[in-house]
Write a protein that binds this ligand. Structure first.
Ligand SMILES: [Zn+2]
Length: 177
């Protein structure tokens, strides 16, 4: 199964982008390196022209330019690995209900790419407490006033489906409950 390693700077960019446009969804592309077993996310590039809405973020062809330019830089040092988007959750909504990719997300995905989903809600606490989640193979925690759960979906031949891949982020320790 593919393991996903995320650079701290890429994680910070995804969280900042999620927080910046809260409570709309954010969208961007992931850059890095990939082998059969490991996908290394080195950078996350937020898309400035995505149509961000409460329950949807769409590209409508406008993000094509972003992808086109990034792909023209592809080389041994990086390639476009896939994308990221967020599911903002309001206080009266169920967090778990939004922490999976939706049916419409499914329509846009391609087998050889990875898809990061950040489910997030605003909290009063300003603790910095990021950890690997023990329940799901992702990263969860509080970062500033954001409580988040990050999953990275990858295609699995065994089940012929997209499922969350094991995620690691350097500098973030496993914290057992
Ligand atoms: Zn979604």
């Amino acid at each position: 199964m593919l393991e996903v390693r995320i650079e701290r700077a890429a994680l910070a960019t995804m969280l900042a982008s999620t927080r910046e446009v809260f409570s709309n969804e954010t969208y961007g592309l992931l850059l890095g390196k990939k082998s059969q077993k490991v996908a290394e996310v080195l950078h996350a590039v937020p898309c400035q022209v995505a149509d961000r809405k409460r329950y949807e973020v769409s590209c409508n062809g406008k993000t094509r330019k972003l992808e086109e330019v990034l792909r023209s830089f592809e080389g041994r040092d990086f390639q476009v690995l896939g994308d990221f988007h967020s599911h903002p959750v309001l206080r009266n909504q169920s967090f778990s209900e939004y922490s999976e990719i939706s049916d419409s997300d499914h329509d846009d995905i391609e087998k050889d790419e990875i898809y990061a989903l950040i489910t997030a809600r605003l909290v009063d606490s300003k603790k910095y407490d990021i950890r690997y989640a023990q329940i799901t193979p992702g990263i969860a925690g509080r970062w500033s006033d954001l409580y988040f759960n990050l999953k990275v979906y990858a295609w699995r031949n065994e089940c012929e489906c997209f499922s969350p891949a094991p995620v690691k982020c350097r500098g973030i320790k496993i914290k057992r409950k």
